[in-house]
Design a protein. Structure first.
Ligand SMILES: Nc1ncnc2c1ncn2[C@@H]1O[C@H](COP(=O)(O)OP(=O)(O)OP(=O)(O)O)[C@@H](O)[C@H]1O
Length: 759
């Protein structure tokens, strides 16, 4: 308790009744006469001659119950509280009001003193009884301040931050799915199969929004269940739901636009979360600082800074969400504070100068970004770049066949070809180095041809494929298709020109949740096959690729080989004019390979032009009418498999199986070298020895003769003599590949590999 009686003297302690009685000069006068017409201070000095005012009765009556309060006059200021500048202690005429316990005692005793002062200043002729200040006491009408409620609203600011974090993660996980679609090739596959860009993005957006809105509903239900007043009071629940929904509406197109820069969906997911949270939290913190300082200091320039920052940061949907939720909490705190004083300071969140501007901003951003996403697409950019990338200069190649093909393309002798590559090149530019993945390849592929692209890992096959299917733009050169009318059109316009392309990507672009049937039905619909014919077409493909046992199961239950079969089946849907097959048989058993080859050959025989990459020489020999071996991004040889074997496969391969394991090869090697000095020992595995005999060092008949004659003497169980295989030609070229970390030979799963020396 304290009573301030003047600027330099105040008491903070409550007083006991006896202290109070002692302090009341009128009750306990120094001369010992209660009720004397003098008011004296504690030192006995007369302060007021009350008889002059005839108020003694009043004071006596007023001081009858001194335990509730009283007055003292002329009390000397204690040394501690005296002004430090004045060291002279002098008595001052003071009036002090004392009170104790009762809440009403202070105002009533103060009022007595005020009355006294009033009467003191009345003119002598005036009757003091006619004047007076009356004090009324009424109970307080308002409720007490509910501190718990206010603290709860402040705590809900923390909930707002959690909501921002949660929705940052949710939108990131939804937004990164399109990156997965692109990286696995599913997006490209759908475009190639006939799905337009706009349709893809629009349906994606609709589906993602639907999925997102389910989460919004769950979140709003939880908020409602826990009755978080900042987000549920009056119109706040509707505002919270709208804010969350619009956040998704503005954020998803923004993520779609950025999706192209990510090479993995995991990287995209982490990046989106970081971007969301950085944009959301940092912008909120940056704006909160000047706002708080402006509230504390009442400085107008800080308020201006806050206003400017607020408008600038509305560019970020994350800021809009955080700011909107914090504003709802702030509104609620204000309401809780003023509500106790019967003032309703609640502002509707839908008012334009409150959250209305945030809603408008989010809706505007979402619409503009979605339109941008629908209008801008990769092929459009490729077309712009394609015009500047054309460069038709004939480069001399080391190989005569490659050069001939190049001349054929440049001289325009490709009228019968459906797919033509003009000097196609691709370089990847990173910060520190430039990698030339594909270098000036020219090629024309007619209908009914299966062209094989061979090369070690990193030779540039997949890059060539990506340029063919429109996934990446060539650095220079172009790939065109010839329409049935004979016009050359860009690959991206194939669908419009009526040329169907089937694509089997290196990674299976399948949806784990769909069954084989559902995949086939979907891709048949994309190809435009009439609904009534879809079962027939799908069944035909299932039968040709022997997928009957799996087609009703979800794809997640498929083995690697079965997934490849389904991927190839999807590429074959609708009898495409051009088939792009990137390692279609990898991971398949020999039996499945036979079915696959038959399926591909059937389409090729019916006039389809196929381009195939494979690490299986057996497959290339079985399927390809022509092939090229790529080394460091350029063709090193080109022609039919037999032509390549004839040109580059010099001589014979001799395989000798010994009767016993562990025998050294020296005796046999010495014997063979005696008859054929040019023979090369290539390696030994268990009891198998392998030799290469160049043609000029001996003929087939002599070789048989020597081996038959010495079979028993050399402990030979049996032997075989073959013409040099395509695989050996391939290995010979592969040694030319730059010794980069990627340039390692991938062992074929299909054929036995001895420890080869290069031929
Ligand atoms: N996105 C990229 N950025 C930079 N360099 C790349 C990129 N993609 C491929 N390369 C490089 O381009 C070269 C050719 O790669 P590509 O994937 O076309 O080889 P490939 O013949 O298909 O190999 P594989 O048989 O393993 O599929 C390699 O040196 C590779 O490192």
């Amino acid at each position: 308790f304290f009573v301030r009686t003047n600027s330099s003297c105040w008491h903070t302690d409550p007083f006991s009744s006896s202290e109070l009685q002692d302090a009341c000069g009128c009750r306990k006068c120094p001369n010992g006469t209660p009720g004397a017409p003098y008011l004296k201070n504690s030192l006995g000095h007369t302060l007021l001659n009350l008889s002059a005012f005839s108020v003694e009765e009043y004071l006596l009556v007023a001081s009858e119950k001194p335990r509730l309060g009283g007055w003292s006059f002329g009390v000397r200021i204690s040394d501690q509280v005296e002004d430090a500048n004045s060291n002279i202690s002098k008595p001052k005429t003071l009036a002090k009001v004392w009170y104790n316990q009762g809440f009403h005692s202070l105002p009533s005793y103060l009022n007595h003193l005020n009355n006294l002062i009033l009467w003191r200043h009345l003119p002598p002729s005036a009757d003091w009884r006619q004047y007076g200040i009356t004090l009324y006491s009424h109970p307080y009408g308002g409720a007490l301040l509910n501190e718990d409620k206010i603290l709860e609203s402040i705590r809900q600011c923390g909930v707002a931050l959690c909501i921002v974090l949660g929705f940052s993660i949710l939108t990131a996980s939804i937004g990164s799915s399109v990156v997965k679609d692109r990286v696995t090739g599913a997006k490209r596959l759908q475009h190639i199969s006939g799905l337009g860009y706009r349709m893809y993005w629009f349906t994606n957006f609709l589906y993602d929004m639907l999925f997102y809105l389910v989460s919004v509903c769950l979140c709003v239900a939880i908020i409602f269940a826990f009755q978080l007043s900042a987000f549920t009071f009056r119109e706040n629940l509707a505002a919270t739901a709208l804010l969350l929904a619009l956040f998704g509406y503005a954020t998803l197109p923004w993520m779609y636009l950025l999706s192209r820069i990510f090479s993995s969906s995991d990287v995209a997911f982490i990046s989106y979360i970081s971007l969301n949270f950085i944009c959301g939290l940092c912008t909120m913190l940056i704006t909160i600082m000047p706002r708080l300082l402006a509230i504390i200091s009442k400085a107008q320039n800080l308020q201006n800074i806050y206003d400017v920052l607020k408008w600038v940061f509305t560019l970020f949907p994350q800021f809009c969400l955080g700011q909107g939720l914090i504003e709802l909490c702030y509104n609620q705190i204000k309401y809780d504070l003023t509500h106790n004083f019967s003032v309703d300071s609640y502002v509707s969140p839908f008012e334009m100068n409150f959250l209305g501007w945030i809603f408008m901003e989010l809706a505007f951003q979402g619409t503009v970004l979605l339109l941008l996403r629908l209008l801008l697409h990769w092929d459009l950019l490729q077309q712009w770049r394609g015009h500047s990338a054309l460069r038709d200069t004939v480069k001399t190649s080391k190989d005569i066949d490659v050069e001939k093909e190049q001349m054929r393309v440049f001289e325009g002798r490709t009228s019968g070809d459906i797919l033509v590559l003009h000097n196609l090149s691709k370089s990847y530019q990173s910060f520190f180095k430039k990698t030339t993945a594909v270098q000036d390849i020219s090629l024309g592929i007619p209908r009914g041809e299966c062209f094989g692209l061979l090369g070690v890992n990193g030779a540039g096959k997949s890059t060539t494929f990506k340029m063919l299917n429109g996934d990446i733009a060539p650095t220079s050169g172009r790939a065109v298709i010839r329409t049935p009318m004979g016009d050359e059109v860009a690959l991206s316009s194939a669908g419009v020109a009526g040329v169907l392309i089937g694509y089997c990507p290196q990674q299976d672009a399948l949806d784990d949740l769909l069954t084989g049937w559902e995949h086939l039905h979907y891709y048949c619909s994309l190809r435009g096959i009439p609904k009534q014919h879809i079962p027939e077409v799908a069944e035909d493909l299932v039968r040709r690729l022997h997928l009957e046992a799996h087609v009703n199961q979800p794809v997640r239950t498929y083995s690697g080989g079965t997934k490849r079969k389904l991927s190839t089946a999807l590429a074959l849907v609708g009898k495409p004019d051009i088939l792009l097959l990137d390692e279609p048989s990898s991971g398949m058993d020999p039996c499945s390979k036979q079915y696959l080859w038959e399926a591909i050959m059937k389409d090729v025989r019916e006039g389809c032009a196929a381009v195939l990459t494979s690490h299986s020489m057996e497959e290339c020999e079985a399927l390809c009418t022509r092939l090229a071996i790529m080394v460091n991004g350029s063709f090193k040889c080109l022609g039919s498999p037999q032509h390549i074997k004839n040109r580059f496969g010099d001589g014979y391969t001799v395989k000798v199986w010994l009767c016993k394991r562990g025998h050294q090869h020296h005796t046999i090697s010495d014997c063979l070298k005696l008859h054929f000095p040019g023979i090369q020992f290539k390696g030994q595995r268990l009891n198998l020895l392998e030799y290469h005999l160049p043609k000029r060092w001996g003929c087939l008949a002599d070789l048989f003769k020597v081996l038959e004659k010495n079979k028993t003497f050399l402990n030979i169980k049996h032997y075989s003599i073959n013409q040099t295989t395509l695989e050996q030609v391939f290995i010979n070229f592969a040694t030319e590949q730059q010794q980069t970390p990627q340039a390692t030979l991938e062992p074929s799963t299909d054929s036995y590999h001895p420890q080869h020396l290069p031929i």
